[in-house]
Design a protein. Structure first.
Length: 407
């Protein structure tokens, strides 16, 4: 009697799909939701907070590019830590932290989606958030190609929405083009304290690029595709974020913007254009997309940890029909529902940022140790100088410590 061959994940993701996957979770998870809460701390200098966050992320992004080609597997961060520290306990802790970041992030973005939908449908936000999570959970279980194709289409729509924000913002107040000097902060401790504190929230807007490492087993030619996908995601997101946030803080009164759960829609209200209804629809797509991709990521992390025998084996079961980890997906969806109904969006965003920064610290440390103790990798591996993960570690620690600054 022949042994039953386990069902494996299938390689379907090319560079365009992988990049859109990364952009989908990055853009949808942050910019559509958190501009208001970031502006509440940094004021008109919020764009600077996003630039600081982008700088912190870029060094760790390069570290991920090398590690994802050294170990192109699901639950990538856990595999990196295992290779760098040879500790099963630390591997499990980091893997669970990564899964937790996806779960908490999905909960935060589902609240943002509910806020946008609530402007159209008079239903309590909690009910809307629960419905969004359940519908998206079904999409995530459907199949990796199908769910990522949906995410790719959603991503193109949400990028179009950001371009609309820039266009209508400038149309509403053409003089903002001559006011860009107002975005440069003075050298005052109180001002920079708010900017740096806000950068922890702004960092949440970049959460997503690292998710690409966790679908590595479903990527075509991961040694080439993963580094390129990471770089393109960070570059495009950084440019769009800076332009959008600059327009928003110059056009929308700060009293209206600060703390808004649907901040970008305020640009259209300011312009008095009926396209605001179209934009709200785009924002709904964007935030829903963020929930979808984070659920996909978190489920793959649980799957990967189970495959590495760090979690119960039932979490590694893959459906022969959908070729997705259904049990892991169900567990993730259930946890997202719990967090979305218990905590406010700002607290969820800060929790996500803190968790991800801790993971970044471990990932950069793992690469530093690998470079010091392991032989040079093969020519198929993307390689960065050792100072890249060193700076990635230092910047991640510095941004993590801003969470203790008074707001």
């Amino acid at each position: 009697m022949t042994a039953k061959v386990p069902v494996e994940l299938k390689r379907k993701l090319t560079l365009p799909l992988l990049t859109l996957y990364g952009l989908g979770v990055t853009i949808g998870a942050g910019i559509y939701v958190l501009v208001g809460t970031t502006a509440a701390r940094a004021g008109i200098y919020a764009p600077i907070s996003f630039l600081i966050a982008a700088g912190v992320v870029s060094f760790t992004g390069f570290a991920y590019a090398e590690l994802s080609t050294r170990h192109p597997v699901s639950a990538g961060e856990a595999a990196y830590v295992r290779a760098g520290f040879n500790s099963s306990t630390l591997t499990l802790v980091v893997g669970l932290l990564v899964a937790a970041s996806g779960i908490v992030s999905s909960a935060a973005v589902s609240i943002g989606a509910a806020a946008y939908i609530g402007e159209i449908v008079p239903v309590p936000p909690t009910v809307i958030a629960v419905a969004v999570i359940l519908i998206v959970g079904v999409m995530a279980a459907w199949g990796i190609l199908e769910s990522v194709m949906i995410a790719a289409i959603f991503t193109l729509i949400e990028m179009g929405g950001l371009i609309l924000v820039i266009y209508y913002g400038v149309s509403a107040d053409p003089e903002i083009l001559s006011r860009t000097a107002e975005l440069l902060p003075p050298f005052e401790i109180s001002t920079w304290g708010g900017i740096i504190s806000a950068s922890l929230l702004a960092f949440f807007a970049f959460v997503g690029f690292e998710d690409m490492a966790n679908v590595a087993e479903e990527v075509v030619e991961p040694h080439k595709t993963l580094p390129r996908g990471i770089f393109l995601t960070l570059l495009i997101a950084s440019i769009l974020y800076f332009l959008v946030v600059s327009v928003v803080v110059l056009v929308v009164p700060m009293a209206d913007l600060a703390g808004s759960a649907a901040p970008l829609a305020l640009v259209f209200e300011k312009s008095g254009d009926t396209t605001g209804g179209i934009f709200r629809t785009i924002a709904i797509v964007a935030t829903t997309n963020g929930v979808l991709i984070q659920i996909i990521m978190a489920s793959r992390v649980l799957y990967g940890l189970a495959m590495q025998k760090n979690l119960p084996s039932f979490l590694a079961s893959v459906s022969p029909v959908t070729r997705t980890p259904l049990v892991a997906t169900g567990v993730v969806v259930a946890l997202v529902l719990v967090f979305a109904t218990l905590l406010p969006i700002a607290r969820l965003a800060e929790a996500t940022s803190t968790i991800v920064l801790i993971v970044f610290c471990f990932v950069n440390l793992a690469l530093i140790r690998l470079k010091r103790t392991s032989p040079s990798p093969s020519t198929s591996v993307f390689v960065v100088p050792i100072w890249v993960p060193v700076l990635g570690l230092l910047f991640s620690i510095a941004l993590l410590l801003t969470g203790f600054l008074p707001v």
